[in-house]
Design a protein around this ligand. Sequence first.
Ligand code: NAP
Ligand code: HSE
Length: 433
Amino acid sequence: MSAPLKIAIAGLGTVGAGVAKVLASNGAAIAARCGRTIAITAVSARDKKKDRGADLSAAKWFDDAADMAANADAHVIVELIGGSEGAARKTVEAALARGRHVVTANKALLAHHGVALAKTAEAANLVLGYEAAVAGGIPIIKALREGLAGNTITRLTGILNGTCNYILSTMRATGRQFADVLKEAQDLGYAEADPAFDIDGIDAAHKLAILTSVAFGTEVNIKSVHAEGIRNVSSLDIQYAEEFGYRIKLLGLAERDPKTGGVVQRVYPCLIKPEVPLARVDGVFNAVVAEGDFVGKSVYEGRGAGAGPTASAVVADIMDIAAGRRVPTFGIPATQLKALPSVPVEQHEGEYYVRLLVVDRPGVFADIAGVFRDESVSMESVLQRGRTEKSDVNVVIITHETQEANLLRALKRLQANAALVEPPHMMRIEDLG
Ligand code: NAP
Ligand code: HSE
């Protein structure tokens, strides 16, 4: 057996402590599989005294993670601090500058600086491993980069944020309120340090930007991802969607656009039919559907957040380094990744769910219908439900296929209508058949 692979871990929170536990529990099997043991020689976090639930007494403590990356006796620096800037970025840059491999779970860092970091790593023949950054325990980077490498990927669709999927499926199953379920997801270690990243769709956008690069050979470009979150999805929307025969999921979607030659990259809550595989993925689970020209559709499902699943993916990356397995960071050399144009969401075509809370008085529905007619948006179904205590009423409309720009014009005009009690709620209906 070769000499141990020495690793230094920056960040000992949910994921960092999880990695220490996986290595402690499964060390012998891991060594057998990659031909050498893996030894934690150094660690860094903010609070030296905090109990991490793992024996780290043999590891040297560093107060400063970047200092550890620059000086620790380690072959690999494992960055598990988080954030696209600050200590995390400094640590990764210090590690690469010193000629050390890096493993990270940090999708924000990769989404903002992935191309530059990959170029630096590849120029120095170093590995930048980030399996844990996308879809937690699902080995989706390996699947796309290696397992499906012989295909041209045509489309990716996924549930990429465990916190949001947990919130939406728990609200649907129990009728509990958003804030209450979010708190539970935080307590379970699923949410980001700032949960706004989860519920505003930013975390899923980071992951989609990374997946898009691997799938389509493009530069990771977070700015070209259109992102909406689930903050405004209410129990009422979940109920109405059910009545029309749909589930609401926060999805990430990426595909090549033959008209512009660009890549569509969108994250938003949307309505999907209950019989498609993603509709049945509940709780903290994530899933990715990859469509390739020869493989067809393949579906990958597993826990998308939490200590165990994420640490499992981090350890797999460390084992690849230990065993000497190398693949370019995003599938092709970083210098060859293409910069493709993004496709504005206004060009999206499809059916839509619209909920309007309006004052219940004669003529209001006729006004709504008139605006939709003028903007060439055709209604497929309409539902109107009993008055609230304030004599307001919800009008829910499913449209026929239309261009988003038309619907947005219609909603803008309706917003100026005095009968509207609050801004319109709109969600796309995705045909994933
Ligand atoms: P966490 O529980 O908040 O842990 C963060 C760790 O970083 C803590 O140990 C903290 O130290 C340490 N830290 C913070 N600032 C530091 C600094 N300036 N220098 C050194 N250490 C510092 O976060 P986490 O959930 O483990 O997430 C870590 C990374 O994994 C993030 O990039 C996150 O996006 C990613 N990720 C998380 C999950 C998940 O399910 N949690 C899943 C996939 C990916 P103290 O403990 O002393 O405060
Ligand atoms: N906050 C993230 C989520 C962690 O809920 O999916 C996993 O990346």
